[in-house]
Structures are given as C-alpha cells and as structure tokens.
Design a protein around this ligand. Sequence first.
Ligand SMILES: [Zn+2]
Ligand SMILES: [Zn+2]
Length: 313
Amino acid sequence: MNTFTTRASSINRALDQIGDKWCLLIIQEIFWGINTFSEMLATTGASRGVLSDRLQWLQKVDCLSRAPAREGGKRMIYRLTPKSIDLYDSALMALEWERRFFPTPELESVELTHHVCGHVFTPQMRCSACNEAINLHDVSYQPGPGATQDERDKKVRRRSSLSVQAVPSRRSVYRNLINIVGDRWTANVLALSFHGFKRFEQFHEELPVATNILADRLKFLVEHGIFEQVLYNQRPPRYEYELTGKGEATYPWFLSILQWGDKWCDPSGAGKPMRLIHKTCGHTLQGRVKCSECDGVLSAQEVRFHIGDPQVA
Ligand SMILES: [Zn+2]
Ligand SMILES: [Zn+2]
C-alpha cells in the first residue's frame, strides 16, 4: 500500500510539498539571492542528482520557476513564485527560533532592517485582531469547512541522509530548525503535540507509520531537546512526551506554515481544514509577522538582511 489517510491538516499538506531538508535549504538560498544551479550546488552541498530532483519537484509544486537570465540567453536561473515568496513569514520565524536557541557569533551578527521605519528589528508573530504575541497555549481548534481526510503518498521524495551541519552556506541561518522539521514524520509528530498529543499510542493512532519509525522520531525529538520524557506509569514504566520551552517556541514557525498551507495547498478549494481561535480575544486567529519597532506587517521587499561580516557583505 503506497498511500495512507490522515485528518486533513494544512501543516501536513504544506510540508508534504516543501518540508524536506533540501527543499527548505534551496528556498532559503533563493531568498538570499542565489539563483543558478551551480551556485546552489556549492551553497547547499547537495549532490547533482539530489539538487536536480528537488528543483524539479519545487517547479512541479509551483514554488520555483526556471527561465533564461536574459531573454534569449543560455544561462538559466531559478526564481521564486508568488507562492514561495509567501514563505517569507516562515523564514523570519525560523530565523528567530534559531537565534534564540542556537546563538552563534554569526547569527548574532545578523541584522534585519525594516525600510519602512529604518530600524533594526525582531520579527514577532501577532494576532491580527488583538495584536497580542501568539503563544501555543492561547490557541484552540475547531473543524473548518475543509475538515476531511487526506489520502497521502507514503513516499513523497527520495530520502536523503543530510547532515545540516555540513551545509557550506554561511547564509543557512536556520539550519538547526531545518534539521528538526525537515523530516516529514518528525514534523508531523511535532505538529500533533501542539494539539495535546503526548503518548506513543496517540501519535500512532493519528499517524499510521511503522512503530519503529515513530519510536525513532520520538527519540530524535527528545535528544534534540524538543520533547521531554515524563514518567506517567510506574509498572510497567510508561512515558509521555511533553513539549519543552524550545519545542513550544517552534509554534510560530508551524503557524506560519499552516497559514501558508491554508492559502496555497487546498486542492479541492473546500476551505481551511481547521479553524484556529485566539482564546485571548476570542477571534478567529490570523497570525501576522510584524516589526518589533514600528508594529508594521513585514514583507520581503521591505526588509534588508545583513550578516555583519565584511567578507560576506
Ligand atoms: Zn487575538
Ligand atoms: Zn518597522
């Protein structure tokens, strides 16, 4: 059997399209202005085969377009599409998480400047209705108009054992997040934990993958400090998987991916599979990524990204 069924989720739909490590790395590089095959080969460290596989895939899902750099020219370049430009919010949220939990001199030198107000800023995910910062515990869920079951391919892409630490690009500013979310099942498990799932059986009921795969991903999330194992039964010993602060802090990134999936990955046009409620204000939740200095909604065109090293500038 090559397909399985899960409850429709915009996070899963989105990540089935762009959520593997190489796709996330390629999109990140293109955001920083890298646009030819040979440049991407050098910056991602991917093999030719893997890179060309993922570039084709990203074109198939309408996240990249390929065209001559100049009309009639031979040199081909890749460009973001309106769909992938819309991933900018998630890139900002990824960067914020990385700066908080994996501070390196390089990441600390990253400056985001908002052209509109002229200030160096921190991106923040806020509720469009009440403008409060969004926290995992302040959100509840109801079925949306598109609440259905999704039939999903078991295998979406060729698997690749990538070590993100080996990625050569200095602009790869959220490689640790990619390491965690860039595996389909790991990301799916983490997304379920936001809905209160804690036990092996609960995860397995919702995500029908082989038990050894599920056990492996849970172990990975514990090892990386995203989950904490808590004993809930003495004899026999049984553990629950609780989100740590570091795990909870991935929520704004997942929310940005969910909103992207609502907008771009709704093949039947039925509408959102889930309706999110911001309990703080009682409104339907729409997160907006905003500037910490002027409270303006951020867009890619209005932000300057700079790594504070003269060799790279
Ligand atoms: Zn609100
Ligand atoms: Zn601003």
